[in-house]
Design a protein around this ligand. Structure first.
Ligand code: KIV
Ligand code: ZN
Length: 398
């Protein structure tokens, strides 16, 4: 397969990748990282071409503040963002933390849905609008790059959402994020939401629109891509899709969906995709969150084939069962896992890779014993195959 998927496609519309592994990702139960682990993750995100690193929530604790400030200091290429509620104290803390960055951003958010405003904030829509404008104005006192998020945006009344968006852009917001905070939207609905807001808000061309999708219904990646079709040009996501509850949209899936299906999605990121597997491993180890075996792109089975029919196909042509090369995401090679579903072709191929040339008769005999072994063991390893070869030699000398 010609490998065209490692670097950004020329001519594709560029989408900003905003990684929130260190903020929304770290926010999920059990994913806390140490200071050193956060630095390792941030360095990797910067090297692999993430455009914006949301480094944390500086007002949450001194530890979070220090981590954001240090990431701001050491990051070479990416914008470094700090999260803040609309409260002045939060904005100031975020401003102090990101002032060390070459390019710093304050990301302020407030809930805009009826259920959140009434029960969580106990504020009227007018108060929420005022809080938003005040927060953006205050944040602009620290940095030129200010993002405003309408928390629970997908369950927000559209007229109110449009009023807020218009007002925050007037106040100086340069990015407007409409999150699907509870993972409730669908691709068609989310695409239409961005189209409507961009059409109805007169100054919408003054800001970059952003998607931020949670995965409660397993649609975070599809929704994110639909939001981009609706006109958003920033995608908020996390490595391995970690995040609150069912997680956030997975960065690696978004990046590869745009690369592999460029025919459908004429957009691309600046991510060096060959670093995706390494990033996944670093985040899994830092958070102690294992990656599910069948996880798209970075799961250990993503490039593994066990069934005889698939292995036979793969030995004839890799495009039979792979839509991207393992190398394009940083995996050394496809693995044909030998187990009870494997066929003769894969067994012979592995023997040959291990340096054993066998006759058709020997293969027949060894294959029967391989199948017996595979029935007892889940996976047959190279050591087991060596033992089969030794047994076969002994058998020949009997
Ligand atoms: O899910 C969400 O709404 C958030 C905001 C803070 C952007 O994480
Ligand atoms: Zn979120």
């Amino acid at each position: 397969m010609t490998d065209t998927t490692t670097h950004p496609r020329a001519g594709a519309d560029r989408v900003i990748i905003f990684d929130t592994t260190l903020r929304d990702g770290e926010q999920c139960p059990g994913a806390t990282m140490t200071f050193e682990e956060k630095m390792a993750v941030a360095d990797l995100l910067d090297t692999m071409g993430v455009d914006v690193i949301e480094a944390g929530y500086p007002a949450a604790s001194n530890g979070d503040f220090e981590a954001v400030a240090e990431i701001a200091r050491r990051t070479k290429r990416a914008v470094v963002a700090g999260l803040a509620r609309t409260a002045s104290g939060d904005i100031d803390r975020a401003g102090e933390a990101v002032r060390f960055a070459k390019r710093g951003r304050i990301h302020t958010f407030v809930s805009t849905s009826p259920v959140h405003m009434k029960y969580k904030l106990q504020k009227t829509p007018e108060q929420v609008l005022e809080m938003s404008v005040a927060a953006v104005t205050r944040a602009r006192g620290f940095v030129d790059d200010v993002e405003w998020s309408a928390e629970d945006g997908t369950r927000t009344e559209i007229d109110f959402l449009c009023r807020c968006v218009e007002a925050v852009i007037k106040a100086g917001a340069t990015t407007v994020n409409i999150p699907d905070t509870v993972g409730y939207t669908t691709p068609d609905e989310y695409r239409a939401l961005f189209r409507t807001v961009r059409e109805r808000v007169p100054n919408s061309d003054k800001a970059v629109f952003s998607v931020h999708c949670h995965n409660d219904l397993g649609m975070a990646v599809a929704n994110s891509l639909a939001g981009v079709e609706g006109g958003a040009r920033q995608i908020e996501c996390t490595i391995n899709g970690i995040g609150e509850r069912a997680g956030n949209a997975a960065l690696e899936e978004i990046v590869m969906a745009m690369r592999v299906r460029g025919d459908v999605y004429p957009y691309d990121s600046g991510i060096e995709s060959a670093m995706l597997t390494r990033a996944s491993k670093v985040v899994a180890s830092a958070t102690s969150f294992p990656v599910q075996y069948n996880k798209a792109i970075v799961g250990r089975n993503a490039f593994a084939h066990e069934s005889g029919i698939h292995q036979d196909g793969m030995l004839k042509h890799t495009q039979t069962y792979e839509i991207m090369t393992p190398a394009s995401v940083g995996v050394a090679k496809t693995s044909l896992v030998l187990g009870k579903h494997s066929g003769r072709a894969a067994f012979r191929s592995r023997l040959e890779e291990m340096g054993h040339k066998v006759s058709d008769n020997q293969l027949q005999d060894m294959f029967v014993r391989f199948k017996e072994l595979a029935d007892r063991k889940k996976t047959v390893y190279d050591e087991d195959i060596e033992a089969l070869v030794d047994e076969n030699v002994a058998h020949l000398h009997d």
